[in-house]
Design a protein around this ligand. Sequence first.
Ligand code: AMO
Length: 447
Amino acid sequence: MIERTRIADLAALPDGPVTVGGWVETVRDQKKVQFVVLRDETGAVQLVNPAVRAVDDDADDSARAALTTTETISGLAHGTFLVAQGTLKHDERVKLGGIEVKIDRLDVVTAALPETPIADDSSLDKRLDWRFLDLRNRKQNLVFRIQTTLEHAFRTYWVERDFIEIHTPKLMASASESRAELFELPYFDTTAYLAQSPQNFKQMAQPAGFGAVFEIADAFRADPSFTSRHATEFTSVDAEMSWVESHEDVMAMHEELLVAGITAVQAKYGVEISEVFGFELQVPTAPFPRIPLAEARRIVAEGGYDIPRADGDLDPEGERRISAYAKEQFGSDFVFVTDYDATIRPYYHMRHEDDPTLTKSYDLIYNGTEISTGAQREHRVDVLTQQAVEKGLDPAELEWYLDFFRYGVPPHGGFGMGLARVLMLMLGQSSIREVTYLFRGPTRLLP
Ligand code: AMO
């Protein structure tokens, strides 16, 4: 490894020799002194160089080297990667972190082209065209450090409770959710479909005797829409567990998981989030409020908004309104909307014993937008088959899935949650494109 001190670690060092490496953020080339703001993955530091603009013919080697360094700095393009050796000095007057590095030697590693294709005010689409440059921004960098911590905390929560991590195939012989939004591809002499969700295979872990499982992996939806919350490929955070008595057990695990995740993010990045995003990240407290869908519809209607389909799901405006209600009434950024009508839920959701028109299911809404769907599953194969038929599905095509329920299976339930949606809503961003490493949508396959 090339030896260097990470910029964030400089502040803890005493004054003295250091080596730093990173890319050029800004250059201020004054007559007598030059300043370079150098950034690496941890932060930024000011490098300073007393400018040597000319030397006499009989100048010694060190004077000539100083001239070369000055000329190099004058020619530095934004984005150039370099390594600088120098002397660290703590100085309260330096705005950027109270430290600076006086350059002794500077080596350009790779020079950038002089014109940077994007600027801070470029459109989101343009920034995504140049995502590798866009990601150099402190804000984007922070998003992905937060994502790492969030996923790690989710995994830790599950691993500590003996959930098994699974990796289900993304090439499938049939649809995992509905036949809409399905990507189809040639597969030797047959057709394969990209998994819309690990739904079938995380359920398979129940008759397999795994008890409880989770997966964090890609899911694909051929969704032609251009909303701020839809992608054609997204990271789905999924869990499924045995022995649930109702969707209530799934919600209880789900809210604990989110509290654990956001607590970890707040502990590690709370200060930086308030610096960079300008707000205090709120750690939620469990239990989150639960509102049955029928009541949610009534609350939203009483608030003066008519959901387009009176017997349907909440539309985005309905979600915003029920979320605002939960915030106002319960002080909660999260709300579970429960007990969806069977007509608007998949056949595999279990229905209430006392009212088969309703499912034992929920959507989780966070700061105004749906982030997740969960449910207890129907594990009785005769009921499951009947529900599939009612939905117009051909049981013959589902035989491989129905087999999971024919050789003994415990009652079970779980949820799927879009990782980018959680991040977008946690960080108050306007689109999942901002918090997805490389977004995929109907018109975006590059980079
Ligand atoms: P559902 O279809 O509601 O449920 O998806 C679960 C969650 O996945 C995210 N999501 C998306 N994110 C970005 N772009 C998309 N096109 C997209 N589609 C879905 C959302 C959504 O809430 N099998 C069930 C889950 C379960 O019951 O376990 C399912 O897939 O955050």
